[in-house]
Design a protein around this ligand. Structure first.
Ligand code: UD1
Length: 456
């Protein structure tokens, strides 16, 4: 078992009780990056040799990805935060919908399976609570590499065209710098015949982590982290040992929580330049930030309103937009938060308004007038990052809050409440005897305020 498995229906009957007006103090240890670990697990399908991954966070998303690999015949040994992955006995079959359902990263398997075994059948990952999340960039890129792809009954069926057993290196220009598509195509191209160039590639640190691991496995990938990545295909990839990079989104969430409560904390280990857009905004909003090696200390002062626009790396990460919005609810002045990556990532706004925040939402832009205080209440989170935003709001608020929808939180934050407890926050997971009804998790959205525009 990869992580402490929490049955989804049980998770739905749990909540976090938060005693408001808390303060954080101390040092918090940052876990390995979820988004890196997910793609590194998929990349392990590219070799028959053993991959040893260190610093893998124990999360339900990782558990799901592990179960997908096991279903293909991968032998997975889980020792604390270390995973030993052995893909030598895998059998190629359609990934079952029950396993991929709800895990968008499951689609990553298509690249390695196609390029190593010549075929792959992966169910469409579907949309999610933050937007429709198409996969056209993955599909078009794989086709350019020589794959024949059809979609039948929501299953993406891909195989190498003609009688060849290898994909063909080619030039691909992405329409948008999709993180997932860049990763899918890098993995597919690493075993292709000849050179592939990916232009307008995403530059997120998780992509650099993937390329570093693939290069350790024998791949020839140049310029990851730049807009144009070059991949010279090789015949075979081998095993390696790799340590997952620290989770910059978890790290940013703790920094934002500290700023929101006028608290001083140190986060470690982190790679400070992965967090530059976030620390710059925290600095602009009044915090003092000091960086020493692989740790960052925040010492907040008066909290001022600032504007943010989410953008691909090195811009401000969309995954921290919701927590930053929670922070701005109590900043002095007016801020404008613009979401440019996903079309429906403002689910937290009407909940923050219920708590007393003064926010006007126009499509994907939130106009916030800072208030002195917000009030605690019972709320249901509807996606991963908005659950973190609501917990931060609960910590700031006057009075107590109960945050439901923990199945989202547990997808992406390892031991979140234990870490907050260590920092001095009064927070407890409550287990209700009665299982909550699904309807309880339907959020009464304010339809005119939920943006439906196409993602940037
Ligand atoms: C990854 C991260 C997610 C993060 C996001 C943006 C993982 C597991 N998840 O998601 O946490 O919020 O990057 O930093 O790594 N798009 C298309 N066509 C495609 C693919 C994407 O139009 O084929 C659009 C999407 O709808 C979205 C934008 O591109 O508007 C960015 O999506 P993408 O970068 O692909 O995000 P993910 O890889 O799904």
């Amino acid at each position: 078992m990869i992580c402490v498995s929490k049955n989804k229906s049980l998770l739905k009957s749990q909540n976090l009780k938060i005693f408001g007006q808390g303060k954080l103090n101390g040092i918090v240890e940052i876990s390995g990056a979820k988004n890196s670990a997910l793609v590194l697990l998929a990349a392990s399908l590219l070799t028959n040799e053993k991959i040893i991954l260190h610093n893998v966070p124990r999360l339900t998303d990782i558990e799901k990805m592990g179960n997908i690999l096991k279903n293909l015949g991968v032998n997975l040994i889980d020792k604390n935060n270390k995973l030993e992955i052995d893909s030598k006995n895998i059998s190629i079959k359609e990934l079952p919908y029950e396993l991929v359902n709800g895990l968008r990263a499951s689609f990553f398997c298509i690249g390695p399976l196609l390029s190593k075994y010549g075929e792959a059948k992966v169910p469409l990952p579907g949309g999610c609570n933050i937007g429709s999340r198409p996969i056209d960039e993955h599909i078009n890129g794989l086709k350019a590499l020589g794959a024949e792809i059809i979609i039948e009954e929501r299953i993406v069926k891909a195989k190498i065209k003609g009688k060849k057993n290898k994909l063909n290196g080619t030039h691909i220009k992405l329409k948008c710098p999709s993180v997932g598509a860049t990763e899918t195509l890098i993995m597919a191209a690493s075993l292709a015949d000849g050179r592939t160039t990916i232009e307008n590639a995403a530059r997120e640190p998780e992509i650099q982590d993937l390329c570093q691991m693939l290069n350790k496995m024998g791949a020839k990938i140049y310029d990851s982290g730049k807009e144009k990545i070059i991949i010279d295909g090789v015949n075979k990839l081998g095993g390696c040992t790799h340590k997952v990079i620290p989770d910059r989104i978890e790290a940013g969430t703790f920094l934002i929580a500290a700023a929101a409560t006028s608290s001083s904390i140190t986060i470690s280990p982190v790679i400070p330049n992965h967090l530059e857009a976030v620390t710059n905004k925290l600095h602009e909003s009044g915090s003092r930030i000091s960086i020493k090696g692989n740790s960052i200390t925040i010492n907040p002062r008066e909290l001022k309103a600032v504007n943010i626009n989410t953008a691909p790396f090195p811009g401000f990460p969309t995954d921290l937009q919701a927590p930053f919005t929670a922070l701005m609810t109590i900043a002095s002045g007016e801020s404008k938060i613009t979401e440019t990556i996903f079309e429906n990532r403002m689910n937290h706004v009407h909940l923050l308004k219920k708590m007393g925040a003064n926010i006007k939402l126009n499509k994907n832009i939130a106009y916030i007038k800072g208030v002195k205080t917000i009030k605690g209440m019972d709320l249901v989170a509807s996606d991963l990052r908005s659950s973190a935003a609501l917990i931060i709001a609960g910590i700031i608020a006057k009075g107590n809050s109960k945050i439901y929808g923990l199945e989202h939180l547990d997808r992406g934050y390892e031991n979140f409440e234990s870490k907050l407890k260590i920092l001095g926050i009064k927070i407890a997971r409550e287990f209700n005897n009665k299982s909550c009804k699904e309807s309880k998790y339907k959020i009464d959205q304010e339809p005119e305020e939920i943006p439906k525009c196409t993602a940037a």
